[in-house]
Design a protein around this ligand. Structure first.
Ligand SMILES: [Zn+2]
Length: 310
């Protein structure tokens, strides 16, 4: 599924191939898209110029010079291709934006779940998105505040575009692996330190992937996603797959242990228990998860801070 890096690559394609060009005609080639735009809306696109293109999360906005916005979303699959306007259409062509230089931008989408919409000029677009995952101003503290409000496991939370925009199933799994956090860890049980690691992991994972065209060819080496049964790149434990909120999730049971998640959840009870857990965590630390011990040891202080606020 195209996530932030792939959509960013699509935007780069639009910037170089389509920005500044006028639209000659838009052809919708699939019934699902034909239902989204009326013939009158389609006709009224002729002559409009693509002034700039913008990515918001996984959404693509083509801002026209008259203020209207053509809004594309690949959903599960999709990409742009550029052809000569009279050339045969590629397989799975769902829409064609014919430009004034006799080239056409083709919306290619094998699953036909992608969308194209047109927004009128002067409308403030609210796409219901949280901060962009690639925004350097999106802080670990913001992420921690959002996660603290949620009881469910962290992986589905990361897929919620209201929490952070741009992550999908692949890069959420990769980020959690990198930060050594179980996808099953309750969101509100993660310490600030662990959320800090997660924020850094998201950044590293997206940086590494940005510039690639697709996640499913081998331009990007994935560490955990779709590697069930293959050895973890850190500790050689076979990667496991589980279904979580209807999606496949991949994790290393050693680097991302569920027990740690559970301990985080109950670490709030008594100081005595916390001490015991710290000891357990130190054992884990020997395996390389140094941050875990530090994190659990600091829990009581965090709790005190929380109750002062409450
Ligand atoms: Zn591992």
């Amino acid at each position: 599924m195209p996530e932030l890096p792939e959509v960013e690559a699509a935007l780069e394609f639009l910037r170089t191939r389509a920005r500044g060009r006028a639209i000659a005609r838009v052809r919708l080639l699939h019934p699902a898209l034909q239902r989204r735009l009326s013939p009158a809306q389609l006709q009224a696109l002729a002559g409009a110029r693509i002034a700039r293109v913008e990515r918001r999360g996984k959404h693509q906005l083509l801002h026209l010079d008259d203020g209207r916005v053509l809004h594309a979303h690949f959903r599960m699959n999709g990409d742009w291709a550029l052809t000569e306007t009279n050339a045969p259409l590629p397989r799975f062509a769902r829409a064609a934006i014919d430009l004034d230089d006799d080239t056409s931008l083709i919306f290619v989408d094998s699953r036909a779940l992608g969308t194209i919409d047109l927004h009128p000029a002067g409308v403030a677009l609210d796409l219901g998105l949280g901060p962009d995952a690639a925004d350097p101003e999106w802080t670990a503290a913001q992420l921690a505040d959002e996660l603290a409000r949620r009881r469910g496991p962290v992986k589905p939370a990361l897929l919620d575009q209201r929490l952070v925009a741009g992550l999908g199933n692949i890069y959420a799994a990769e980020s959690l692996w990198r930060a050594r956090i179980s996808p099953f860890a309750p969101s509100n049980a993660l310490s600030r330190e662990r959320v800090q690691s997660l924020r850094e992991a998201i950044d590293a994972v997206l940086r590494r992937a940005t510039g690639s065209r697709y996640t499913d060819d081998d331009t990007v080496t994935l560490d955990v996603y779709d590697r069930e049964g293959l050895p973890c790149r850190r500790c050689r434990t076979p990667i496991e797959r589980a279904v979580q909120a209807g999606r496949s999730t991949y994790f290393c049971p050693t680097c991302q242990p569920r027990e740690i998640a559970a301990k985080h959840g109950t670490a709030k009870k008594t100081a005595k228990k916390t001490a015991k857990k710290t000891a357990t965590a130190k054992k884990t630390a020997k395996k390389g998860a140094k941050k875990t011990a530090k994190t659990i040891a600091k829990k009581p202080a965090k709790r005190a801070a929380r109750s002062r606020r409450a």
